[in-house]
Design a protein around this ligand. Sequence first.
Ligand SMILES: *Cc1c(COP(=O)(O)O)cnc(C)c1O
Length: 367
Amino acid sequence: MIPFLDLKAAYDELASEIEAALLRATRSGWYIGGTEVDAFEAQFATYTGAAHCVGVGNGLDALTLALRAMDVGAGDEVIVPSHTYIATWLAVSAVGATVVPIEPSAGQFNIDAAAIEAKITPKTKVILPVHLYGIPADMDAICALAKQHGLLVLEDAAQAHGSAVREKRVGAHGDAVAWSFYPGKNLGALGDGGAVTTQHDSLAQRIRALGNYGSAVKYYNLEPGVNSRLDPLQAAVLSVKLSRLDEWNTRRQVLAQRYLEGLQGLPLQLPNSPAWAKSIWHLFVITTPQRDALQAWLQANKVQTLIHYPVPPHLQQAYQALGWKEGDFPHAEQYANQALSLPIGPQLSLEAVDRVISLVRAFFQAH
Ligand SMILES: *Cc1c(COP(=O)(O)O)cnc(C)c1O
């Protein structure tokens, strides 16, 4: 069996370092905040080039708390991609604001920066691009537009740890950048975790307080916050894994390159990483109308694949009340029907990728 992503193999590679870090954290006698969290936050801020990193409980909270800190709420509009994981939209809904979805252009996964301006209204407050599948969105274009219209930019970087836009790492382009450390992400914890990076002192302070009951000084509450903090045990693990992030991303890039070359000339759409982008291949997603048959064929040949995502946010039951229907966002719908994520990960071998390539080629020869 070729697994989609082997988290056990990832753990095994770093087991002795992770276990030492966990032992250090458990023996410290300090179980909320403290030196492990401070150290990871400082390391991740340095890594991303941001002035601040605030650890939170998960990626959805990172997005939600950043929006709250930007004073986004009822009556405000937030521009989001039509094609994304639903958490991007849920954060906007959680603060009571309205999602304004924008499609990717044909052949791309990320929001079409050129289509944003037409959707800006007097109610628009934030542009929320997602660096989907580890391919960065065009932050230069998006930030220029935001500046021109007096809007804030919040990036959903849950799939983009270590990616870069024109040599500048994702993490400090927009006003705030939300991260998830869900185990399957490129920088993953052994459970839930998240963070916001930002250049703004005021946003960092507010997000930190909001995730700590709205309190900056213990037992003095500035506003009604929540409890969403990065666990020190997870922070200890993340410090170990951050030291390997670039190396592990490079391994993914080698595998992605192999797929891109090996799958040339087939009747499918390959993922497109723009020339100015450093993509870190969180997922390797191909698009074909024969997706379901191809997935079944790979499964029959012991290759595990996944679909990201089978239902676009606008057609989810959760958003039924908004009244979207089929045909409203055709690109997002096409990906739901045709996208297939092939195995990729730092512990996957080149031989395994070659096996997947020959199986995909054999499928199209027979169809
Ligand atoms: C994983 C993910 C999230 C949510 O992160 P959690 O830590 O699971 O809450 C948000 N946005 C995108 C694009 C994601 O992939």
